[in-house]
Design a protein around this ligand. Structure first.
Ligand SMILES: O=C(O)C1=N[C@H](C(=O)O)C[C@H](O)C1
Length: 290
């Protein structure tokens, strides 16, 4: 299995009382698949998983899995520990787990490799390594990513290095066969796709699902003129959606569009301000030609 195409890491909508709005979540999941997403991610960073109780996490994953089963769409689930991975045995439809590089400790590349060897051995589904050094504090070279790719049970990387640097070029020049590179930095996704990424996991795609799906398709079919132009229009939208901590602006825009009952996020996040929301709405309107 090589994961390709657009995956939307779903936000967790909350209702007026602050509870998880599971009906709105299912509707949103259908809407993303209708809009052109190849698959969905449950419990990614964008879902505010650390602010959900274990029961809420189970409910969210089950609701998204149900939609993916109904639609025959692949589901990736955020899970960073052995128990969380083992629980995926009870979640039919999950094709992979998104496992972040251990944050904060900075164990070094050898530690990261040993960690993923242990996780992959315990996981009932293949693992996508979530490489996001500006959040984890742990850099990884292209060589380390290639060694991770060689581990049994590691299917790909969500690549969010914070830009296109020498290690990015080093990896993309020689991607191991069967190892999926999925862009995870919304603003840099077009250049990463130009270098050969297989797909992307993008919170921005909540707001412009069809356009991001088209961007991936255009790079994959070699239509560089269309892809470059679309990438240039989508990057400012992503920048606006990330003007405040993700997913606050995404949620505010979805709420303004009537897609979710509230723009609420849970602490330590704060609801997006009007200026950021209006700026993102203006860019999204201009993209849609409104
Ligand atoms: O939840 C995710 O998966 C994503 N998280 C990133 C983040 O919050 O930094 C952004 C990316 O679009 C998807």
């Amino acid at each position: 299995m090589t994961l390709t195409g657009l995956f939307v890491p779903l936000i967790t909508p909350f209702d007026e009382a602050g509870a998880v709005a599971l009906g709105a979540l299912s509707d949103l999941a259908h809407r993303m698949l209708d809009g052109g997403a190849a698959g969905l991610v449950a419990l990614g960073t964008t879902a505010e998983p650390s602010s959900l109780s274990p029961a809420e996490q189970r409910d969210v994953a089950a609701a998204v899995a149900r939609v993916c089963r109904e639609r025959g769409a692949p589901l990736i689930v955020g899970a960073a520990t052995v128990p969380a991975l083992e629980s995926l045995r009870d979640l039919p439809g999950a094709v992979a787990a998104l496992c972040v590089v251990p944050p904060f400790l900075r164990p070094g590349e050898a530690g990261v490799l040993a960690h993923f060897r242990q996780l992959a051995a315990a996981s009932p589904v293949p693992i996508v390594v979530y490489h996001v050094p500006y959040r984890t504090g742990q850099p990884l070279t292209a060589d380390a990513l290639r060694r991770l790719a060689a581990l049994p049970g590691v299917a790909g990387v969500k690549f969010a290095a914070g830009g296109i640097d020498e290690e990015t070029i080093g990896l993309m020049c020689d991607v191991p066969p069967g190892f999926a590179v999925l862009g995870g930095d919304d603003v840099f996704v077009s250049p990463l796709l130009a270098l050969g990424a297989h797909g992307a996991i993008l919170a921005s795609a909540h707001v412009a699902t069809g356009e991001f799906a088209e961007l991936i398709e255009a790079w994959h079919t070699g239509d560089a003129v269309r892809a470059r132009a679309l990438g240039h229009r989508l990057a400012p939208l992503s920048r606006a959606l990330f003007a405040e901590p993700n997913p606050t602006v995404v949620k505010a825009v979805l709420h303004e569009r009537g897609a979710i009952p509230t723009a609420a996020v849970r602490l330590p996040l704060l609801t997006a301000g009007t200026d950021s929301t209006d700026a993102a709405l203006r860019l999204s309107d201009s993209l849609r030609g409104d």
